[in-house]
Ligand binder design. Structure first.
Ligand SMILES: C[S@@+](CC[C@H](N)C(=O)[O-])C[C@H]1O[C@@H](n2cnc3c(N)ncnc32)[C@H](O)[C@@H]1O
Length: 221
C-alpha cells in the first residue's frame, strides 16, 4: 500500500503524546525533588535578584511566576501585592505556599501547566520564567502562552541555561544532555529559537555566569 496522505496529523499526534508524558514525568520528578530543591537551587540568589531587578515589577502590578517551584523568587517580590504562581508539581507549590506565609505575602498559587495557561488574554504586567524554559517539554508553547496572557507593553524576565543563538552544541554537550535532560534540565536549547515563535522583543540579554552557560534576558510585548 502507498501512503498518499500528509504525515502531519501522525507527527502532531506523536508530538502531543510525547509532550503529555514528559509533562507527567516532570510532575512526578519535581514532587520527588521538592524536599531537596531549595538546597540545590539556593546558589542562584544573585541571578534571581538581577533578573527580577530588570523586570522591576511595581507593587500594584499583576505578576506571574511560571514554573514557580518552591517560590525562591518570592524573597525578591515582597513589595508586590498581586503575585500569581503556577507550577505542575503539587509538592513544589506546597513549599511555595509555606514560604509565602513566612514572608507574609498573599500569593495566588495554582497547579497549572505552563504550556496551557488557564488565564484570560492580557492578564499580567510582568512574568518571570526562571529555570523553566529549559525544563518544560514544549518551551515554544509556554512562551506563546506567556505572550498571550501579557498585557501590551508587558515584560518577561528569563533566567536559564541556553546555548548561544545560532551556535551548535559540541559533541560533549549533546552527549551530556542525554543524562541532563533526564535528571534535571535540557542544556542545549537556544532562547532565540524559543522566542522566535512570538512577537516578543528581546530588549536585554546578558551572561549570567558559568562561562556563558547561564543567561538573563528581558523581553517586552
Ligand atoms: C528547575 S525548577 C525552577 C523553579 C523556580 N522557577 C526556580 O527558579 O527555582 C522547574 C520548575 O518547573 C516546573 N514545571 C515543569 N514542567 C512544568 C509545566 N509543564 N508547567 C508548569 N510548571 C512546570 C517544575 O515542577 C519545577 O518546579
Amino acid at each position: 500500500m502507498v501512503w498518499t496522505g500528509s504525515a502531519w496529523p501522525v507527527l502532531n499526534r506523536k508530538f502531543a503524546v510525547r509532550r503529555e508524558w514528559a509533562t507527567r514525568f516532570n510532575r512526578w520528578r519535581y514532587d520527588v525533588y521538592a524536599p531537596l530543591y531549595d538546597k540545590l537551587a539556593q546558589g542562584f540568589a544573585a541571578q534571581r535578584r538581577r533578573s527580577l531587578g530588570l523586570l522591576n515589577p511595581q507593587p500594584g502590578e499583576q505578576v506571574l511566576l511560571v514554573g514557580a517551584g518552591t517560590g525562591l523568587d518570592l524573597d525578591f517580590l515582597v513589595r508586590c501585592r498581586h503575585v500569581t504562581a503556577i507550577d505542575i508539581a503539587p509538592a513544589m507549590l506546597q513549599q511555595l505556599k509555606e514560604r509565602a506565609e513566612r514572608l507574609g505575602m498573599a500569593v495566588r498559587a495554582l497547579e497549572m501547566d505552563g504550556q496551557q495557561l488557564d488565564f484570560p488574554d492580557a492578564s499580567f504586567d510582568a512574568v518571570a520564567l526562571h529555570l523553566v524554559l529549559a525544563v518544560i517539554p514544549d518551551p515554544q508553547a509556554c512562551i506563546r502562552e506567556v505572550e498571550r496572557v501579557l498585557k501590551p507593553g508587558g515584560r518577561v524576565a528569563v533566567f536559564d541555561k541556553f546555548l548561544a543563538d545560532r551556535s551548535r552544541a559540541p559533541l560533549w554537550r549533546r552527549a551530556g544532555n542525554l543524562v541532563a535532560r533526564f535528571v534535571a534540565t535540557d542544556i542545549n536549547r537556544r532562547l532565540g529559537d524559543i522566542v522566535s515563535v512570538t512577537k516578543l522583543q528581546r530588549i536585554h540579554d546578558e551572561d549570567a555566569g558559568l562561562g556563558g552557560f547561564l543567561h538573563i534576558a528581558l523581553l517586552r510585548k
